[in-house]
Design a binder for this molecule. Structure first.
Ligand code: GLU
Length: 391
């Protein structure tokens, strides 16, 4: 059932932006509780190899609690919330130190980003976190992400880095997410219990049957298990991102997936990240407002360009940065929809003006575009109806 893939056909080789998640069981040595440094070096080499061929890389790393509990000599077994928060505080600094050493000795700047659930669930925080990641990648840094376990309480935490990594992939519009784990993928049943269990190489649709497989075939270490990996896959594929579950304990665990055709399970999305995002925008039930644009701006949009403030004639409705708004022609026809980069109040101040004036008008330097082309959907039919939106 497992056919080795040619490297060129791997979604990993094709991806522009890759998120790799590594679990605590891989990072720390079970005997000593210390960082598994020799192995980690090979992972870092793999990530730098992706960067050398022009791919952008984000690492989601667990391990803070595992490292901290050893340092604090906490007993084996489940920790109380305060204990795991204390362990995370101690472990995260060690983790960050290890990444800094390993990456900076190879001339790569490492950036630590600690996220809480609210950073992906609240729009404003989501946009901020997304902008930070974009900027770090544009500046050539390698973001290393973990949950901010020290402040996250039981009700407001991801709890597992599988879903955190999927949210990060979605936030960064990554095309490929690799979950390195202590299992090599998804089986029809738990292979430790059922000798007839067969390996699943590719999942094209996450059906209730697939979800049930995730529930049964659980991994024994880490807080994730297979169930959270299937949940992560659901988030990733709905954002147009391929996701792979692969065994991570070998040396060079990422290179292995491509070059040695190592066995792993791929979850395949039906759309690209941009297409998935556009489907979501087009499907907005109630745009928060509307901007009317001039014919020159309309021609630019039809040519695939972004909407600049200069082309906006009027704005109506109440909207915030990140809301979906309708884009109207001067006769009121809804030509498309997009995610607006400014609130209605700021949009009213900068419309008709040059992007280079934004900073002096608003007092801060926002995006040059009112709606970036990646955040814009144009309707390809001829919409004959005039809509009244957001009024
Ligand atoms: N954020 C946790 C840590 O760094 C790990 C969560 C997980 O096991 O997925 O220790």
């Amino acid at each position: 059932m497992t056919i080795p893939r040619a490297p060129s056909s791997s979604p990993l080789a094709r991806a522009r932006r890759v998120v790799v998640k590594v679990g605590s069981a891989l990072l720390t040595d079970a005997e000593t509780g210390r960082i598994n440094r020799a192995w980690l070096e090979t992972l870092i080499e793999d990530l730098l190899r992706l960067r050398r061929r022009g791919q952008q890389v984000i690492l989601v790393s667990s391990g803070a609690i595992a490292l901290g509990r050893r340092q604090l000599s906490l007993a084996k077994g489940p920790l109380r919330l305060e204990e795991s928060q204390a362990a995370a505080a101690v472990g995260q600094i060690r983790l960050a130190h290890a990444y800094k050493e390993l990456l900076e000795s190879r001339d790569v700047t490492v950036a630590q980003v600690l996220l809480t659930l609210e950073d992906s669930e609240r729009r404003h925080r989501y946009l901020n976190a997304r902008a930070t990641l974009e900027t770090l990648l544009a500046l050539g840094a390698l973001p290393v992400i973990n949950e901010n376990d020290t402040v996250a309480t039981a009700e407001i935490r991801y709890g597992d880095n599988d879903r955190l990594a999927a949210r990060v992939a979605q936030m960064a519009a990554a095309d490929c997410l690799v979950l390195l784990s202590d299992v090599d993928g998804l089986y029809t049943a738990d292979p430790n219990k059922d000798p007839a269990a067969s390996f699943i190489e590719e999942v094209l649709k996450i059906t209730p049957e697939i979800e049930a497989m995730g529930g049964r075939a659980a991994s024994d270490v880490g807080s994730g298990g297979m169930a959270t990996k299937v949940l992560a896959a659901r988030i990733a594929v709905s954002a147009g991102c391929h996701m792979c579950i692969a065994a991570g304990h070998h040396r060079h665990p990422v290179r292995r997936i491509e070059e040695e055709g190592a066995r792993c399970t791929w979850f395949v999305p039906s759309a690209t990240p941009v297409a998935a995002r556009k489907q979501w925008i087009a499907g907005t039930l109630r745009p928060a407002g509307a901007v009317t644009i001039d014919p020159g701006a309309m021609r630019a949009l039809l040519d695939g360009r972004s909407l600049l403030p200069a082309g906006v004639i009027s704005a109506r409705g109440r909207f915030e940065r990140g809301d979906t708004v309708s884009v109207l022609a001067t006769d009121g026809t809804e030509m498309g929809r997009g995610i607006v980069a400014y609130s209605d109040v700021d949009a009213a101040k900068i419309m008709g003006r040059k992007s280079s004036d934004i900073e002096s008008i608003l007092g801060f330097r926002g995006r040059d575009e009112m709606i970036h082309r990646d955040d814009l959907v144009l309707f390809d039919h001829e919409p004959a109806v005039k809509k009244s939106v957001g009024s």
